[in-house]
Write a protein that binds this ligand. Structure first.
Ligand code: SF4
Length: 260
């Protein structure tokens, strides 16, 4: 059994989701319209479950890069059927993607970090900017424990790149917290987690992890370990709230910028 599969079978006490729910309510009610950016990973499924159970006015969207695994597409349809919610799917612009593929090939991301970043920009960052247009807040499933590049993730911050509030309700949760919640509430999840995948993105850029490896070690495994981001969570931020009950603190521009 894989490490992830073992984690997904724990019978631990589910965490008190009260703080996370309070953050979701604040985003939904004080920063409407708010949206959840979901890649349908384990954390996103916790947030979808909380949003749906509590009928919060939060839209759900995903970025279909054109290279997602079949298992993620299957989960999107399962979420629609289970929760009876809409999922807005945003695709890359053909006018940007087609010339890139023509010039560099379909799997250009393996050739260099620069081409990988260009691919992520076209398939993820640009559609994300479109998805966030006209919104006042976005919500993500980022957690500090996922990777060194995420150790400074705040519960709430102002995303100066996109010009709106950003909420990370699970910033303080552990992987065990996430899986205990999913088990306790019988929440559907991506079948790839049971095959050892810790973090799931595009099929050609994601693989299963080994016991003891960082949760995001399977993402862009051919690149350096501290470079496991695609650019959609690029900072700087203007201010942060590090805990749900803490006061917001100003941040010097660029001081908390993380690797893309
Ligand atoms: S994860 Fe890979 S395939 Fe997906 S957008 Fe980034 S480089 Fe392209």
């Amino acid at each position: 059994m894989s490490a992830l599969a073992a984690a997904s079978r724990i019978e631990a006490t589910p965490p008190d989701a009260g703080d996370a729910l309070a953050v979701l309510r604040r985003a939904a009610l004080d920063h409407a319209p708010a949206v959840l950016a979901s890649s349908f990973g384990a954390e996103d499924m916790v947030l979808i479950d909380l949003i749906a159970r509590n009928a919060l006015p939060v839209g759900v969207f995903t970025l279909d890069t054109g290279r997602l695994p079949d298992e993620t597409h299957a989960l999107i349809d399962r979420v629609r059927a289970t929760y009876r919610i809409d999922v807005d799917v945003h695709f890359p612009e053909a006018a940007a993607l087609e010339p890139f593929v023509r010039a560099n090939g379909v799997n250009a991301f393996y050739a260099s970090p620069s081409l990988r970043e260009q691919c992520c920009a076209i398939r993820k960052s640009q559609p994300l900017a479109r998805a966030l247009g006209g919104k006042c807040a976005w919500i993500t499933g980022l957690r500090r424990a996922q990777a060194t590049s995420r150790r400074d993730v705040a519960v709430e911050e102002f995303d100066a790149v996109h010009g709106l509030a950003k909420f990370n309700p699970l910033a303080e949760w552990s992987r065990d917290d996430v899986w205990a919640y999913l088990r306790a509430h019988r929440v559907p999840y991506n079948a790839l987690h049971d095959r050892g995948y810790g973090s799931i993105g595009c099929a050609p850029c994601t693989r299963a992890i080994q016991p003891g490896e960082d949760e995001r070690a399977g993402r862009w495994w051919w690149e350096s370990a501290d470079h496991k981001e695609c650019g959609i969570h690029r900072r700087p931020v203007a201010w942060v709230r590090t805990r749900p009950d803490a006061a917001s603190q100003p941040v010097e521009a660029g001081a908390t910028e993380i690797a893309q």
